[in-house]
Ligand binder design. Structure first.
Ligand SMILES: [Zn+2]
Length: 153
């Protein structure tokens, strides 16, 4: 880290603070001139791996999520910007959790909650298709579960 006063390369860290947003602020002191300055570093946010129904792990991909939401919103009056916002929210929430892996179901639930407020048809489509419900019993238990989600938040 180059000293802004004399340009020397060597400095020592005198103080480190970590902000809630994940960035790190360091107070440094130049070893040549003794000048003090601050540096900010953004820490890499980790997005957890998704644990699929079959137990396999899958990387979270924002594009894939957006594609799935778009499919559910096909021919519905949902602006692309809202779909992107929902995907951003979900990615951000996952990163804030600080876990190494989470059930993929959790992502599905977040999409369902988001779509519920956007468009009823898209909400039902996503619930039935992407949560892998393929029989009436599954549909009914899924509806029960969604009702539970509804009442719990
Ligand atoms: Zn210096």
């Amino acid at each position: 880290m180059e000293c802004p006063y004399c340009g020397a390369e060597d400095s020592r860290v005198v103080h480190t603070t970590r902000s809630e947003g994940g960035s790190i602020r360091r107070r440094r002191e130049c070893k040549s001139c003794g000048g003090r300055f601050n540096t900010f570093e953004r820490t890499e946010l980790i997005t957890p791996m998704l644990i699929k129904h079959d137990g396999n792990r899958e990387e979270f991909k924002r594009d894939k999520l957006i594609h799935a939401i778009r499919m559910a919103c096909a021919k519905r009056p949902v602006p692309a910007s809202e779909i992107n916002c929902l995907a951003d929210d979900i990615e951000h929430t996952l990163q804030q959790m600080g876990c190494e892996e989470v059930p993929s179901r959790m992502v599905g639930d977040m999409v369902v909650r988001g779509l519920r407020d956007m468009d009823t048809i898209a909400y039902v489509r996503y619930s039935l298709i992407y949560l892998q419900v393929n029989n009436l019993e599954g549909v009914l238990s899924e509806i029960d579960r969604l009702m539970m989600l509804n009442s719990s938040n």
